[in-house]
Design a protein around this ligand. Structure first.
Ligand SMILES: Nc1ncnc2c1ncn2[C@@H]1O[C@H](COP(=O)(O)OP(=O)(O)OP(=O)(O)O)[C@@H](O)[C@H]1O
Ligand SMILES: [Mg+2]
Length: 287
């Protein structure tokens, strides 16, 4: 790809403004800027309605920015979406809260995943069999021949994630990808998404209102409040020294470890430090 630059961030968002409505437009995103590097997970957190999904939709070109720019791999300044070349578009994969919005109800699991693989092959990348990706997301390859309606909600979401991963994306935009899963599956699916993202050198924008999961998987966190990023930084730092009062109140609302209503311990609960250390290694592997 001629217009791209591999040394810079995968995604560069600068001064993004998204508005809804005509004359008295409502500004849902009000000047948001961030970068995401290869193999890095940036979590976007904040209360309902603060503009997280609007930001995500603008990043993937489903929303036209009123102001600001979204640059993908240092590409020419232009919004993603209709004007983006198809090859680039398949390098960006979305995972939504509702897996039904990304799965075709009339297509068997194996074929759904193969559709992702075709996108990878079109970009000259090696592909893996559907069973590989099913195992990667913790599902039995025996589910290959099922239709989406023959799966549980959690299994369906894992298939949607498997399909996105099979496309070997450079950028994954995941908007509440684990919210529909039951509590016991949330941490493990989130951990798995992170592992695969880091290992493949993809960048991920991970949107969640579940801060306990964000703590486990994000390298950096950006806190949104009424359309703006009010604080951002490495996850452990934001956790230990929240600078903005809103962040402090968000964090104080998380159940304490051992408290009632917390997520069960993920296998890799102590992982943030270890995971961060593995990022450079993972980058070496894919370089
Ligand atoms: N298509 C739309 N038309 C008009 N207003 C919208 C539209 N989509 C979102 N909004 C408004 O923009 C604001 C931000 O919405 P957005 O969906 O980005 O929030 P969010 O942070 O993703 O919230 P949640 O955590 O509930 O998913 C909200 O006030 C919402 O009502
Ligand atoms: Mg949302």
């Amino acid at each position: 790809m001629t217009e791209t630059n591999d040394s810079g961030p995968v995604l560069h968002v600068d001064g993004l403004v998204v508005e809804y409505g005509g004359r008295a437009a409502f500004r849902a995103v009000d000047g948001v800027s961030f970068d995401i590097a290869r193999g890095e997970v940036l979590a976007l957190v904040g209360e309902s309605g603060c503009g997280k999904s609007s930001t995500a939709r603008a990043v993937i070109g489903m929303e036209t920015p009123r102001e600001g720019t979204v640059q993908y791999r240092g590409g020419a300044v232009r919004p993603l979406g209709m004007r983006t070349r198809p090859k680039e578009l398949t390098a960006i994969q979305m995972v939504f809260q509702d897996p039904n919005s990304s799965l075709n109800p009339r297509v068997r699991v194996a074929q759904q995943i193969s559709a992702g693989s075709r996108a990878a092959r079109a970009r000259g990348l090696d592909i893996e069999a559907p069973s590989h990706w099913l195992k990667a997301v913790g599902l039995s390859p025996a589910l290959e021949n099922r239709y989406p309606y023959q799966l549980s909600g959690g299994q369906r979401q894992r298939v949607a994630i498997a399909r996105a991963l099979a496309a070997r994306p450079d950028l994954i935009v995941a908007d509440e990808p684990i919210s529909a899963l039951d509590a016991s599956a949330q941490a493990s699916v989130a951990g798995m998404m992170r592992e695969l993202c880091v290992a493949s050198g993809a960048a991920m924008l991970f949107i969640s209102h579940d801060l306990s999961v964000v703590r486990l998987m994000a390298d950096r966190v950006a806190v949104m409040y009424r359309g703006r990023i009010v604080e951002s930084g490495p996850t452990p730092l934001v956790w230990s020294q929240p600078a903005h009062p809103y962040t402090e109140s968000l964090l104080s609302a998380i159940p304490k470890p051992d408290g009632e209503g917390t997520l069960p311990e993920a296998p890799a609960t102590d992982a943030p430090a270890e995971w961060s250390m593995r990022i450079p290694e993972a980058l070496d592997r894919v370089a």
